[in-house]
Design a protein around this ligand. Structure first.
Ligand SMILES: Cc1ncc(COP(=O)(O)O)c(C=O)c1O
Length: 384
């Protein structure tokens, strides 16, 4: 019999910790402190301890975390922000909303992360910030990125939405968590993320207390004293209910990431021999991989055929992402938006190739051997 397979199984994950979650939710309801309740500060403290970040500013979602970071960086309209050409749209969108110019940096075909050798050529007199994204659960090459940023005085915003719990090792031997190496680090707790709440949620990490105060003000309508608005801000809060849920789930994050790594290890073992047909994710020695996604590249133009075949066999898969950012209509269509660096877009060749060949396979904390065996066997059968 064919096992039931989903891209992620939140219900099964939830059932295992239901009692603790129910208690946490009841605690919030009992106090009726739905906004800025004690669980928000408690979660911020727990997350600081977990990540090693000195300051944690909870906010509404990961996109807000990016936008608030850019607002705090003190940039001017027209300033340029370096963004990987292959990622989720959020970082570019936040920059565009503020009148900044996204400049695309092509990515490495093996790690899907920003190609550090392409960064300096893209820097101009208007470049002010860089947003490395730790895509699919593995850290970008932060040592080189931080060196280039220091040389060119760039503000560094890590997009760690997909990589909470992954760590990066510097050549000195020092190890830091994703999100704690730049000026700010942005997290998302969207339900599919490795640490997920029951709706939208996000946080900004920083080790700079002055910057933290500014980030907090921006997230709270530009005020640090109630009804005294000193700068333009926004309204971005993590609900107390979500914070209470996240406090419980943070205790399980290491187990969740270990379960994802276990699934990935099975995929690697089962598909290793198929390198003529597939490229498997590459784990770099400088970073741990927390496998937010297990994203393969399908060779010889067979991606879409494999996706259809798997669907017929009851196996879902997803294309993250079907277009590189320079190819997205909002950035590609000059009538809609000319405010991007078109020459850099033309050079984002690897990003475009990836968009045409990537396929993300089911990976979550509740997958069992039967499901995994079935998926691997079906992929093997397709290529055999
Ligand atoms: C890489 C990346 N950045 C940012 C975000 C935005 O996070 P949110 O959906 O919480 O706004 C996401 C979420 O999908 C993401 O995957």
């Amino acid at each position: 019999m064919k096992p039931q397979i989903q891209m992620l199984d939140l219900s099964a994950q939830h059932r295992k910790i239901q009692r603790e979650i129910d208690e946490a939710i009841r605690g919030v309801i009992d106090t009726s402190q739905f906004i800025n309740g004690t669980a928000v500060d408690e979660f911020a403290r727990d997350l600081a301890t977990y990540t090693g970040a000195q300051q944690v500013i909870p906010c509404g979602n990961g996109t807000d975390a990016l936008q608030i970071s850019l607002m705090a960086a003190g940039l001017q309209a027209g300033d340029e922000v370096l963004i990987p050409a292959f990622t989720y749209v959020a970082a570019a969108e936040a920059a565009s909303l503020l009148g900044l110019v996204p400049v695309w940096i092509d990515v490495n075909a093996d790690t899907y992360n920003m190609n550090v050798e392409k960064i300096e050529a893209a820097i101009t007199s208007r470049t002010r910030a860089i947003i490395p994204v730790h895509l699919f659960g593995q850290a970008a090459e932060m040592e080189a990125i931080l060196q280039i940023a220091a040389k060119h005085h760039l503000f560094v915003i890590e997009d760690a939405a997909q990589s909470i719990g992954a760590s990066y090792s510097f050549s000195t031997g020092e190890t830091k968590q994703c999100g704690t190496m730049g000026d700010t680090g942005c997290l998302s707790f969207f339900p599919s993320k490795n640490l997920a709440c029951f709706g939208d949620g996000g946080a900004i990490l920083t080790n700079d207390s002055r910057l933290a105060a500014r980030l907090k003000m921006i997230a709270s309508h530009g005020q640090s004293v109630k009804y005294r608005h000193e700068i333009i801000g926004c309204n971005s809060r993590l609900d107390t209910l979500q914070a209470a849920i996240l406090r419980v789930k943070l205790r399980y994050l290491n187990d969740y990431n270990a379960a994802r790594r276990q699934v990935a290890a099975c995929y690697h073992q089962g598909l290793r021999a198929y390198s003529n047909f597939l490229t498997l994710p590459v784990e770099k020695s400088h970073t741990t991989h927390v496998y937010h996604q297990f994203t393969i590249q399908v060779k010889n133009g067979k991606r879409d055929a494999l996706k259809v075949y798997l669907q017929e066999k009851g196996i879902p898969s997803m294309i993250y992402y079907p277009l590189s950012l320079p190819e997205q209509p909002v950035y590609a269509n000059a009538n809609v938006n000319t405010n991007t660096n078109t020459s850099a877009a033309a050079q984002a060749i690897v990003a475009k190739e990836l968009a045409a060949s990537v396929l993300s396979l089911p990976i979550h904390t509740e997958m069992d051997d039967e499901q995994l065996c079935y998926i691997i066997t079906q992929i093997q059968t397709f290529f055999n």
